[in-house]
Design a protein around this ligand. Structure first.
Ligand SMILES: [Zn+2]
Ligand SMILES: [Zn+2]
Length: 163
């Protein structure tokens, strides 16, 4: 029973992190912390080196994860929190593999991945990157993709990308 509870907490945390990441992207990264996110919206040719300032967000999200592990493993009665930490770690790995590797191709893995869902993810995030400014972007989530991105380009592309 305990095991099922811990697996449930882990799965709920992974799912909840999609919402947390969406909210952080929309309200912090395109808000007060735009200075760290801005270089991720610049065209690739004017970037120097492998890292972006935007990668600092991996460190930011490591804080609640590390805190969950430390408290969960060391404070009596809080062991369940360890699985919140595991869920945040799993989401971080998924985010890295899909956003950084699959979409932005920082490593040459899963280039041949092709399916309805993977294409919808690419379109939605591509549409997010169509805007290079702080304001006006859409599609802030990663795994939850609006239905329109499963359809034809004419259903989701705005005026800006028809030019
Ligand atoms: Zn963004
Ligand atoms: Zn991106």
């Amino acid at each position: 029973m305990q095991t099922i509870l811990y697996i449930g907490i882990t799965i709920l945390t992974v799912a909840g992190m999609e919402f947390v990441a969406w909210a952080a992207h929309k309200y912090l990264m395109h808000g007060a912390l735009w200075v760290w996110h801005e270089d991720h919206h610049r065209p690739h040719h004017d970037k120097e080196g492998f890292f972006e300032k935007n990668d600092l967000f991996f460190l930011v999200f490591a804080i609640p994860s590390a805190t969950s592990y430390i408290v969960g493993l060391n404070v009596a009665g809080w062991f369940w929190l360890t699985f919140v930490g595991i869920g945040i770690s799993i989401y971080g790995a998924i985010y890295f593999l899909i956003h950084d590797v699959y979409i932005h191709r920082r490593f040459p893995w899963f280039r041949h991945l092709d399916g309805k869902y993977s294409r919808a993810i690419l379109r939605a995030h591509g549409h997010h990157h169509a805007i290079t400014e702080k304001d006006g972007a859409e599609s802030f989530g990663l795994l939850v993709v609006a239905k329109k991105y499963f359809g034809k380009r004419s259903e989701w592309a705005g005026e800006e990308s028809k030019a």
